[in-house]
Ligand binder design. Sequence first.
Ligand code: AMP
Length: 218
Amino acid sequence: MIVILIGAPGSGKGTQSSVFCARFAFTHLSTGDIFRAEMAAKSALGLKAAEYVNHGKLVPDDVVTEMVAGKLVDPQSGRYLLDGFPRNLAQAQALSGLLAKRGSGVDMVLFLDLTAAEAMKRLTSRRICGGCAEVFNVLSRPPKAEGKCDKCGKDLVQREDDSEATARKRLMVYEDLTRPLVAYYKAEGVLHELDGGCSPEAVSGALAEIVAPQLGAR
Ligand code: AMP
């Protein structure tokens, strides 16, 4: 089963994915997380991705698609939540082709709708732990001790691509290239829209209401 989570950077895809995958036993496939891990490991893929990620640009389609193809081992009987992929029409078409070859297709697309102003506010106030990657927000989820992770005590840092200039660029890329996927998947009859501006708990509840009946029906 394939579920896709679409939303602007900062719309809460990462937070929702963790809750969703734990609750419904899905494998979380976040292309952004994979690139950040590869970048931290300074692998060949990470060094290549850094040229794009750190400037708010999309990594080339062939690189991302090949990477995802390698992770989608068994789309027919496995449950996968795709977070951050596809990011444009070419990737959506590549995904459909890839899934069709493996006897599968996109089952559901969950769209977290959020205004650009709110996304910008959330991105620039986001901080992550340099040790365990726990996510905080200086406005909405501040750490107990300033600049320190509640979980492991390591220093909190700002993601390089969450700086104001790069965040703005990422939001423009989202509007131009990713947002058109909403219409694409609506036409395919698999789109569900949610208000990404609600509290994380309210969004998780709404997601569960959409997904649970469909899982039960399979
Ligand atoms: P995210 O954590 O999803 O916001 O992704 C962070 C960055 O990783 C993006 O700004 C892109 O540079 C890169 N990236 C993640 N997913 C993709 C994708 N599907 N296609 C191209 N680049 C991606």
